[in-house]
Design a protein around this ligand. Structure first.
Ligand SMILES: NC(=O)C1=CN([C@@H]2O[C@H](COP(=O)(O)OP(=O)(O)OC[C@H]3O[C@@H](n4cnc5c(N)ncnc54)[C@H](O)[C@@H]3O)[C@@H](O)[C@H]2O)C=CC1
Ligand SMILES: CC(C)CC(=O)C(=O)O
Ligand SMILES: [Mg+2]
Length: 358
């Protein structure tokens, strides 16, 4: 266990500040229980940063993040900034911090809570036992590829992006996926669109080459369209899914539906030097400011930080167990509510979780 952890706190936009407050409350309870000292430093990102400074990722925020042990980020974006060009929008701040910190791997676990069977559109026979991990390549692919732009061609507007992957980028994410699979159920599904995309043909070739050193792990290749369907049909068959930036973004939201709600899914974005922990979901502008957002994805992201960066796996387990208990007791925010359960606010859910930690 580390004695202290310096954390850059980026609440961002929409429900961001509400769920971040929950995560900080939980971390304070962990601090008391384990005697670990958390130094929280709040900074601006996204729309809030644009409003204050004109920049979705101010230099100050980046500097602070680089000087910290970990970054906790809630979410960015909202209608207010939707008409800005893509390279000046809140989302650009998020893409830039991931790139600047070289957070090439995004681990997005999708674990079904049996207490939430009633909240899943898929019900018992499908969701029970779902325990998968999407490993999304996070600093390459079409979100970063050049050339990109909007211009006039032959008298009409055209928009274009480039999906590109270098061998070294595929190698490092594939190795990580096989290493992680070794400590799970030893199966990797590599997802691509190699039937039409050259970038995917290279992806498939390199993943297959890396697999040669991991013969104890089963590797299957799957096209992304089929994977989207198989995830709904037989989610329990998946263990580790490794894929590129765009496909991983989409498939991990699908995992949100498998497990009951996007509000349940945490993630860790990691690189060689830095780590950032963030829920899978966005800023949920439709429910922002009402105090009803589900804080669990954010709190579980903080738990991933405790395990990976703060080396305090016992505290991560405490949080997971506390969440299990409150769900079993029937506490539910609106997104996971079902008849016969107790509808609670963000703050009430947080309080209930903390009660089981201390
Ligand atoms: N990592 C990030 O910061 C991300 C930011 N965004 C941005 O967020 C904004 C909204 O995007 P959407 O497509 O609506 O995706 P979203 O993930 O914010 O919301 C999708 C749906 O899930 C619900 N939801 C999400 N998180 C929830 C939570 N914790 N508790 C309860 N319900 C929750 C929302 O209410 C909404 O109905 C956009 O500006 C988008 O660019 C989107 C995805 C990720
Ligand atoms: C700005 C987007 C790439 C954010 C998003 O949807 C995600 O990371 O899941
Ligand atoms: Mg997404």
């Amino acid at each position: 266990m580390k004695k202290s952890c310096k954390i850059t706190v980026l609440p961002g936009d929409g429900i961001g500040p509400e769920i971040m407050e929950s995560a900080i409350e939980v971390l304070k309870a962990i601090s008391k229980k384990y005697g670990i000292n958390f130094e929280f430093h709040e900074a601006l990102i996204g729309g809030a940063a644009i409003d204050a400074t004109g920049d979705p990722l101010p230099e100050e925020t980046l500097k602070l993040a680089k000087e910290s042990d970990a970054v906790l980020l809630a979410a960015v974006g909202g209608e207010k900034w939707d008409n800005l060009p893509t390279d000046r929008r809140p989302e650009k701040g998020l893409l830039k911090i991931r790139k600047e910190l070289d957070l090439f791997a995004n681990l997005r676990p999708g674990k079904a809570y049996t207490a939430l069977l009633d909240a899943s559109p898929l019900k018992e026979n499908l969701i029970k036992g779902v325990d998968l991990l999407v490993i999304r390549e996070l600093t390459g692919g079409i979100y970063f590829g050049e050339p990109r732009g909007i211009e006039e061609r032959n008298g009409e507007k055209v928009g274009y992006n480039t999906m590109i992957y270098y061998e070294h980028e595929i190698k490092r994410i594939a190795k990580l996926a096989f290493d992680i699979a070794r400590n799970r159920r030893k199966k990797v599904t590599s997802v691509d669109k190699a039937n039409v995309l050259e970038v995917s043909a290279v992806w498939r070739e390199i993943v297959t080459e890396v697999h040669a050193e991991y013969q104890d792990v089963e590797l299957e290749h799957m096209y992304v369209d089929n994977c989207a369907m198989q995830l709904v049909r037989r989610p329990k068959d998946f263990d580790v899914i490794v894929t590129g930036n765009l496909f991983g973004d989409i498939l991990s939201d699908e995992a949100g539906a498998l497990t009951g709600s996007l509000g349940m899914l945490p993630s860790a974005s990691i690189g060689e030097r830095y780590a950032l922990y963030e829920p899978v979901h966005g800023s949920a502008p439709d429910i922002a400011g009402q105090g009803i957002a589900n804080p669990i994805a954010m709190i579980l992201s903080a738990a991933m930080m405790l395990e990976i960066t703060c080396k305090l796996p016992e505290a991560a387990r405490d949080i997971e167990n506390a969440i299990d208990k409150v769900l079993e007791e029937g506490y539910r925010t609106g997104d996971i509510w079902a008849p016969g359960t107790k509808k609670v606010s963000t703050k009430e859910m947080t309080k209930a979780i903390i009660k089981y930690i201390i």
